[in-house]
Ligand binder design. Structure first.
Ligand SMILES: CC(C)(COP(=O)(O)OP(=O)(O)OC[C@H]1O[C@@H](n2cnc3c(N)ncnc32)[C@H](O)[C@@H]1OP(=O)(O)O)[C@@H](O)C(=O)NCCC(=O)NCCS
Length: 168
């Protein structure tokens, strides 16, 4: 992964394919909430209290990565937490429609795994709808594999897969 410029501390600009503007990977800010809420509503069909994002990001701020466009508007994010010793769990991960298949998800996941390694985590887990073939393919490319079937895991009754990968 090649970065073209460093901006604010902890923020890095990444080029995308030539027809797409670059994105900046940075930490979460409270002003991101309306944009992230809109991505979550559209991509994950969930509506959370705005305070949830702030509170989930408190324990491990580096686990909450935001990909922002050149106007600093979030176009994707990954929110990870650590609830088990030496293990991270991805709670939410989405890229805004219209910004997908340009490599933003790959940037977010790669940076997140680097941060997990830096913390000495040995494993990352996540949950995904069994019908979400796009995400399952993406995670498989990142060496996650299905470790459990979670019956009626989602509020609409759909089953989920728990997926996990080990970290070297
Ligand atoms: C899953 C998700 C986050 C991936 O984000 P993304 O930005 O599209 O991810 P990328 O662009 O890095 O990769 C997506 C695919 O595009 C391909 N791709 C990336 N850059 C590309 C480019 N320049 N040209 C062609 N293909 C490209 C990747 O190889 C990848 O292929 P694969 O995963 O099918 O093997 C996104 O699809 C999404 O937000 N989905 C809705 C929410 C969701 O399902 N979240 C997960 C819930 S558990």
């Amino acid at each position: 992964m090649r970065c073209i410029a460093d901006t604010a501390p902890g923020a890095t600009v990444f080029p995308l394919p030539s027809d797409r503007p670059p994105v900046t990977l940075r930490g979460f800010r409270p002003t991101d909430v309306p944009f992230i809420s809109a991505i979550v509503a559209d991509a994950l069909h969930e509506h959370y209290d705005p305070s949830l994002y702030q509170s989930l990001g408190t324990e491990w701020p580096d686990g909450f990565l935001v990909a922002a466009d050149p106007s600093d508007v979030p176009v994707g994010f990954l929110l990870g937490v650590s609830q088990v010793d030496r293990e991270a769990r991805i709670l939410m991960f989405a890229v805004a429609r219209g910004h997908r298949t340009a490599g933003i998800g790959t940037l977010l996941m790669t940076a997140f795994l680097d941060r997990c390694r830096a913390r000495g985590y040995g494993r990352v887990t996540l949950e995904v709808r069994v019908s979400n073939a796009t995400a399952i393919r993406f995670y498989t490319r990142f060496l996650y594999s299905v470790i459990d079937l979670l019956r009626a895991y989602y509020s609409d009754g759909e089953n989920g897969y728990q997926m996990a990968r080990e970290l070297a």
